[in-house]
Structure formats: C-alpha cells, structure tokens
Design a protein around this ligand. Structure first.
Ligand code: ADP
Ligand code: MG
Length: 238
C-alpha cells in the first residue's frame, strides 16, 4: 500500500526553483533513502513532507489522507535531524518522554513507554543520565527515542549520522536497519552518503538539481544506472 505519495511537488524560493516536479510513492514499511549531492533539494523535499516548509505546488498524501496543507503535528510523522538538540537539564528518560509529558498521558504510562523505547534502543542503563554524560551515538539514540515514543506512522530522517565519526556511523547504520526491522514503520531517510543509501535502503531515490534521476533498489542502481550522473554518484567513493 502506498504510504507516502508525492504528486508533482514543486518548490521555489523567490525566483529560484529548487524542487522541479517530484512524483514518488513510498510503500508502507519501506525504508526509502533520498540520496544526492549537497544542495540538490533533499532537505527541502523532506521538510515539505514533514510540513515544515510549504509546497509551491503539488499534493502530498500520507497513509491515504491528503496532508498538503496540514500542520506537522497532524501528519503522523516524526522527524530526526542532523543536529539533535537534547534538553541539557533533563535526564535521558525525561528527554525521551518530553513530547508525551506535554499531553495528558499519566506519569506512570509515560514511564512505561519510555522504558519500552529505551529497551528497543538499548538505553535502559542510561535513563537517569544527563545528555552531557552520553557519547555521540548514545545522544543520537535518545533523539531517535524521542521520535519513536510518538509512535509515528512515518519516520523522517535528515542526515542523522553526519555528525558522528566513521566507526560510529557504521554501527548506527546497522542499528537503524535493525530498528526498522523491529518497528516495521515507513522510513524516509535523507543522506548525501551513497554508502548509507546502498547499505540501508529498500528503495533509493537519486536526486539531482531538484529532480529524480532514478528510483530503484540498491542492486538495480548498481547494475543498471539510468544516467551517467547516477553511475558517477553511486560508483564514486565518498
Ligand atoms: P540538500 O539538503 O540536498 O543539501 P537543500 O534542500 O537544503 O539541499 O537546498 C536546496 C536548494 O535550496 C539550495 O540551493 C539551497 O540554497 C536552497 N534553499 C534551501 N532552503 C532555502 C531557503 N529557506 N531560502 C532560500 N533558498 C533555500
Ligand atoms: Mg540537507
């Protein structure tokens, strides 16, 4: 079933058109990666799906409902950014549960949900720590925990690993793939790193200059790149 549907999405900033007619279907449960060079429009496209940026034209559907002009909190999405600002004065548990603490959810239920999320992310032993006593990878897991606890229909990730060192990035690639298997949610993951795309994706969308160059599985892109751009981009080391 189509879970995220983009119909002829365009975006201009003033006279500059940065997204030039994107049509895309992301299936339920799919790990879809948007990959492309810096400045090609990945973040802008993701932010439009999240509702953080308004489309210039086109329609967005999530889970069968048109959400083109719906506010972010009503789209059934949660977004994890590259610069994951945790609340420094709150514990790991409070950071993860923060979104729920703004609702009427009873404290005991919040704690139980936080513990469930911590188990999935292997943060159980760290729940009482403050962010400054965590490693980079642990902080990123807390940021992901804050998104998971909202039980979103679709996860949106914008280069979540780009601030981590190479070893930790490799480890987090595996953890995120495992997480996707455990949760079964639809994920849209933006990166400029072709290794991340090739190792994590069910489906890769190669973007270049505001347009889709090719959509395919990692194997399809590797074996049959549709354009010289795709061949060069996928084939070149980082
Ligand atoms: P990517 O995430 O692929 O690096 P972006 O989506 O951030 O690319 O940016 C795509 C293009 O849109 C770039 O040329 C960028 O300068 C431009 N852009 C992004 N946001 C804005 C904005 N708020 N105002 C003007 N131009 C923007
Ligand atoms: Mg970006």
């Amino acid at each position: 079933m189509a879970d995220v549907l983009l119909n002829d999405i365009r975006k201009s900033f003033g006279a500059l058109e940065v997204i030039k007619g994107i049509n895309l279907t992301v299936e339920a449960g799919e790990f879809c990666v948007f990959v492309g060079p810096s400045g090609c429009g990945k973040s802008t496209l993701l932010r439009m799906i999240a509702g953080l940026e308004e489309v210039t034209s086109g329609q967005i559907e999530i889970a069968g409902k048109e959400v083109t002009y719906e506010e972010p909190s009503k789209r059934g999405i949660a977004m994890v950014f590259q610069s994951y600002a945790l609340y420094p004065h709150l514990s790991v548990a409070e950071n993860i549960g923060f979104g729920l603490s703004l609702t009427r959810t009873p404290k005991a239920e919040i704690r139980a949900r936080v513990e469930d999320v911590a188990r999935v992310l292997q943060l159980e032993a760290l729940l009482d720590r403050k962010p400054k006593a965590l490693s980079g990878g642990q902080r990123q897991r807390v940021a992901i925990g804050r998104a998971i606890i909202r039980d979103p229909h679709v996860f949106l990730f914008d280069e979540p690993l780009s601030n981590l060192d190479a070893a930790l990035r490799a480890q987090m690639r595996i953890e995120l793939t495992d997480l996707h298997e455990k949760l079964g949610n639809t994920m849209i993951y933006v990166t400029h790193d072709q290794v991340e795309a090739m190792t994590m994706a069910d489906k890769i969308v190669v973007l270049n200059n505001g347009r889709i160059e090719q959509i395919g599985t990692p194997m399809e892109l590797y074996e049959r790149p549709a354009t010289p751009f795709v061949a060069g981009f996928i084939g070149s080391p980082k």
